[in-house]
Each structure stands twice: as structure tokens, then as C-alpha cells.
Design a protein around this ligand. Structure first.
Ligand code: SF4
Ligand code: SF4
Length: 352
């Protein structure tokens, strides 16, 4: 059997118009929300229609997408890095019929320009063993409520939203304008009958960022200093005999102000805005309301092209908390290794 063949060569799967103009594009325009036009030096154009997807797709849905691409795009489509579907149209006459077909099938078209595009998210309760919340559920609940921002381009800048269901932060929560992050709030419970057979104890001890775990060599297990534990769940990742999930105490934290691009300001990490909101399936109303509130306050106050983090840095964090009505608590104050760098070492601050 042949192995290590790698992925198929992507150049065998791009539309002929892209093959011909590869690396020779002159400019692009957003014709309307979700519709892009790229024009090459040759004068040829490619029209791209971006449609939202729930990321988790059945094979039936993938076949339906392929049918659409066969009818309007000579069989060509792609997925974006935020899991949107892009239908690649070479024949301009097929653009409007494609949009009508997508509208008939209720595929939302948008996610371009100053919009809220798809939410980068993770596995949640669908497939992972370490989540503190679900992924697909909160994403659906939130996108239902902020759908208008996907299909329009009315925000000051684009607002990237990401969700990760545990502190492993798979995806982009650490660098998003608004990040939704599952958190635990209880100490893991080592099962002393299983730890000796299931876990490598030195690795488990070394997995703890606060040094809360000690080896109990006599009993071939571990002990946890509850005072030092901040419920990251890393020990459970390496030692399945230390379960941490707790339906009554697990929930969601909200982070803001991250960005990846270098436009105007350097990339930023997201910072804690709301330490805890409950898991409230299936619609997570507290989380949806909190995110909508942040978006609305940002949209009302930010300048054109100003990302969430740039807006907060301009107005100051005190003002961010007072404008959004989010309470500032002791949980917001960093107490990890590099914490002092995050403290204010200046007399400059706004009273409210
Ligand atoms: S963020 Fe955590 S729970 Fe979610 S998929 Fe990644 S490892 Fe699993
Ligand atoms: S949950 Fe995190 S902080 Fe607590 S004991 Fe495990 S690794 Fe350490």
C-alpha cells in the first residue's frame, strides 16, 4: 500500500480562470455583501459568492453543495479559513441565478467586508472529551441572533468571533475580537483506583501550570492542592482518571479585543471581559445577550476601521466596562506569571 502521499495538488482543483491568472490579479471589489469580483491583468474576472455553513456538514449537504457548484460554477468551490463555502463563478451570467438558488435553499450569503463572518469553533459535546461547553449549539444560537451582521457590512470594521469549548483554545479564541471560551470552576477529582493504571504520574504532575499536583508515590497516585488549582483541566487531558467536568459549575467566559492582522496596530491577544456565564442549552441566552451587547456598544462607539481591541485601547478599559455595563471584578486581574505587565503603572486613567 502506498503511504505518505500528502494531499492532492490544489492546483488540479482550481477553476481555469484562476489557473490562467494565478499570481496575476490586479484588484478585487466587494460587489455586495457576500459577492466578490477579482480581476486579473488579463481582464478576466472571477466572481465569488460566499455562503455561511454550520461547519459540521452531512455528506448529503456536501453533495447538495457540489450540485450547486456543478450547475453554476463548472464544479468549482472552496471552503474559507472560517468554514464559509465559496462558490467560484467564471461566467458572470450565472451569478444572479446562483444567488437566487442559494436564497431558495436558505443559504445565507455574506461574511465579507465589515461584517461578522462565520464563528471559528470547535468540537464541544459532539466529539471531544475535555469540553466545558458545547460548540455547535452556542454558535447556532448566536448566529441566529446576529444574522443581520453576516448579511450586511455596516460595522466599523470586521468583528471576528471564535468559540473554544475548553482552555486548550483550539481555533482562534485567543486572537479574536470577541471570544467565547468554555471554563471549569471545580477542582478535578483523581480516581485513586484508576490513576495507577491509566496515567503516567510524572507527566500528570508536569501538566499542571500552577504546580498544584504532587505525586503520591506510596499509593501510586496524585494529590491536588485545591488552593492552587485554577481548573484549567490540563491534567485531565493527560490523565483520564482525573475528571473535571461539572454540569452545575462549568460555563462560558467572554474575551474581547484580539486581532491577528497587522493593519493599523500590531496583533493582539483577546482579554477577559466576562469571567463566567452559565451553560444554558439549547439557546445559551445569557451568552447571546452578552455578545450582542458588546457588538452593539462597539458598533455605536468605534470609528471606521477600528477593531474592537483598537476601540477599547482608545477609550480605555474603564470606559469599556462602564459603557457595556459589564461588572469589573477581581477575576479580571491577572495573577499568573507575567501578571505585573498587565497592571497599570501610571496615574493616567479615566474615572468613569
Ligand atoms: S477546545 Fe478543548 S474541548 Fe474544544 S475541541 Fe479543543 S480540546 Fe476539545
Ligand atoms: S485543573 Fe489545571 S490547575 Fe488544576 S490541578 Fe489540573 S492542571 Fe493543575
Amino acid at each position: 500500500m502506498t503511504t505518505d502521499i500528502g494531499p492532492p495538488d490544489y492546483k488540479t482543483m482550481i477553476p481555469p480562470v484562476v489557473q490562467r491568472n494565478y499570481g496575476k490579479w490586479l484588484f478585487h471589489e466587494i460587489l455586495k455583501p457576500g459577492v466578490l469580483m477579482h480581476v486579473g491583468e488579463s481582464g478576466e474576472a472571477l466572481y465569488t459568492v460566499r455562503a455561511g455553513s454550520p461547519r459540521l456538514l452531512s455528506t448529503e449537504t456536501i453533495r447538495a453543495i457540489c450540485e450547486i457548484a456543478d450547475t453554476y460554477c463548472d464544479g468549482y468551490l472552496r471552503f474559507t479559513s472560517r468554514h464559509n463555502i465559496e462558490f467560484l463563478v467564471s461566467d458572470k451570467d450565472k451569478l444572479e441565478p446562483l444567488l437566487e438558488e442559494l436564497a431558495r435553499r436558505s443559504y445565507p450569503v455574506g461574511g465579507t467586508g465589515h461584517s461578522i463572518s462565520n464563528i471559528v469553533h470547535t468540537q464541544g459535546w459532539v466529539h471531544c472529551h475535555t469540553p466545558a461547553t458545547d460548540a455547535s449549539g452556542p454558535v447556532k444560537a448566536l448566529m441566529d441572533e446576529i444574522h443581520e451582521y453576516f448579511v450586511t457590512m455596516t460595522l466599523p470594521a470586521h468583528v471576528r468571533i471564535a468559540l473554544a469549548c475548553c482552555l486548550n483554545m483550539c481555533g482562534a479564541v485567543h486572537c479574536s475580537d470577541i471570544a467565547i471560551l468554555g471554563i471549569h470552576r471545580t477542582v478535578p477529582k483523581p480516581d485513586n483506583s484508576r490513576v495507577p493504571n491509566l496515567c503516567e504520574i510524572p507527566t500528570t504532575v508536569a501538566s499542571c501550570p500552577t504546580g498544584a499536583i504532587r505525586g503520591d508515590m506510596k499509593n501510586k497516585t496524585v494529590t491536588i492542592n485545591n488552593e492552587k488549582c485554577m481548573y484549567c483541566g490540563n491534567c485531565y487531558t493527560v490523565c483520564p482518571a482525573m475528571p473535571i467536568a461539572d454540569p452545575d459549575n462549568d460555563g462560558i467566559s467572554i474575551w474581547v479585543g484580539g486581532k491577528v492582522s497587522n493593519a493599523r496596530s500590531t496583533p493582539k491577544f483577546s482579554k477577559l471581559a466576562i469571567p463566567y456565564l452559565p451553560n444554558n442549552p439549547p439557546r445559551w441566552p445569557e451568552v447571546v445577550d452578552a455578545v450582542k451587547n458588546i457588538i452593539e456598544v462597539y458598533a455605536a462607539g468605534a470609528r471606521k476601521h477600528e477593531r474592537v481591541g483598537e476601540w477599547i485601547e482608545r477609550i480605555g478599559w474603564e470606559r469599556f466596562f462602564s459603557l457595556t455595563g459589564i461588572p469589573f471584578t477581581d477575576k479580571h486581574i491577572d495573577d499568573y506569571e507575567m501578571a505585573t505587565e498587565t497592571f497599570r503603572s501610571s496615574m493616567q486613567f479615566k474615572w468613569r
